[in-house]
Design a protein around this ligand. Structure first.
Ligand code: AMP
Ligand code: MG
Length: 356
């Protein structure tokens, strides 16, 4: 059997493959091959491959295909690219049948059922609200109640009629817009992993903007070890640990939504980039939520949804097979870590003190 090689295609690092550092360094000396990049605007992605018996060139080709799949998702689903299918849908008038790429159509239908599964906590049709708050964070001027209420009224999938047979969608109101920011990264990770899995590799990892999925073995021949960010790291006078802990996984996805640091402060109050579509206001309960799921789209979506649902959402996740969650609630002065009962099976380095 050929010696196991690992090709590490650069390291972005919102979530870092922590315990691999030494192994990666060793392989890098022999295999200085790299490729990584940015997608969906400025979001970094990383693809790491453990070829096993697969020729190095073939393993690299698989990684290239995986990167292409990520770019394809971006082209179709980006709201930053005016020509993307999603942008065309957002710009369309009422009653206009907008022809969409079939992959986008499938994702929109999945997103619609996930909105129902999350009690409307996750709802991509809230784009009007997301934009309103983005603008607020820029100007520092809070919106009036009327502006928020007006946009809450047009949230909901019932304002979109899907015709699966000819891949078209019709909006009932021109103001209705869709934002896949809470699910597209996870989906991109999944399609990239599918590409890698076709190649017969021993293992692989794909990360897009902090959402990760792994399969098979790590370069060490064991489970992949992933760090969960400490939401309170980087704030405060004294240094705080970068990671809340680590989890070890061989097949599955880990996504984190949280923004204690990412969020904006207006006056004394801190506001999240995650909006409760039901109230139209930024969420405040959970500085960080981590979800483990078989696929990354599910993990990504539920991490956002749980940020909205707060501690009550833990019981919902508990009832779903294959889904585990960890939630940090409170603030650096007074915080709590909540988990589903099965989360512990994945923990390798237990959650330490976030604010020592
Ligand atoms: P994430 O970082 O995965 O939690 O996704 C957050 C992004 O999704 C935000 O930047 C918005 O574009 C969008 N978003 C915010 N709140 C929601 C929500 N409640 N449901 C769906 N998408 C949301
Ligand atoms: Mg998400």
């Amino acid at each position: 059997m050929k010696r196991r090689q690992a090709i590490l295609l650069a390291v972005s690092a919102v979530v870092v493959v922590v315990a691999l550092a030494a192994a990666v360094h060793r392989y890098r000396e022999n295999q200085p091959v790299g490729d990584a990049g940015f997608t969906m605007g400025t979001i970094p992605y990383t693809i790491a491959v453990v070829p096993g018996d697969v020729e190095r060139d073939d393993a690299l080709a698989a990684a290239t295909q995986a990167a292409k799949a990520i770019r394809r998702v971006d082209r179709v689903m980006s709201t930053y690219l005016p020509g993307s299918d999603l942008s065309r849908l957002n710009a369309a008038g009422a009653g206009e049948a907008v022809k969409l790429d079939s992959e986008l159509m499938t994702l929109l239908l999945r997103a619609r059922s996930l909105t129902a599964a999350t009690d409307e906590a996750f709802d991509p049709t809230g784009r009007g609200l997301f934009l309103l708050w983005k603008e607020t964070f820029k100007t520092g001027k809070l919106p009036g109640d009327d502006a928020v209420a007006k946009l809450v009224k047009i949230v909901g999938w019932e304002n979109l009629t899907f015709n699966a047979a000819d891949c078209t969608v019709v909006k009932s109101d021109p103001a209705v817009q869709v934002d896949l920011g809470a699910i597209a990264k996870g989906h991109a990770v999944d399609v990239a992993v599918e590409e890698l899995q076709k190649a017969g590799l021993d293992g692989g990892m794909v990360e897009v903007g902090g959402e990760v999925r792994v399969f098979g073995v790590s370069p060490k021949g064991s489970k992949w070890v992933l760090g969960i960010r400490n939401p309170f790291a980087g704030s405060g006078a004294k240094p705080r640990p970068a990671f809340a802990g680590t989890v070890a996984i061989s097949d599955g996805a880990v996504a984190t939504s949280g923004d204690y640091i990412q969020g904006r402060k207006i006056g004394k109050k801190r506001y999240s980039h995650i909006i409760d579509p039901r109230t139209g206001r930024p969420v405040t309960v959970a500085p960080s939520v981590t979800v483990i799921a078989p696929d990354c789209m599910t993990a990504d979506t539920w991490a956002t949804a749980l940020s909205v649902l707060g501690p009550d959402g833990i019981a919902r996740v508990e009832a779903i097979d294959g889904l585990e969650a960890m939630m940090v609630v409170g603030d650096p002065e007074q915080y709590k870590i909540l988990t589903t009962s099965g989360f512990g099976q994945y923990v390798r380095d237990p959650m330490g003190e976030l604010v020592p």
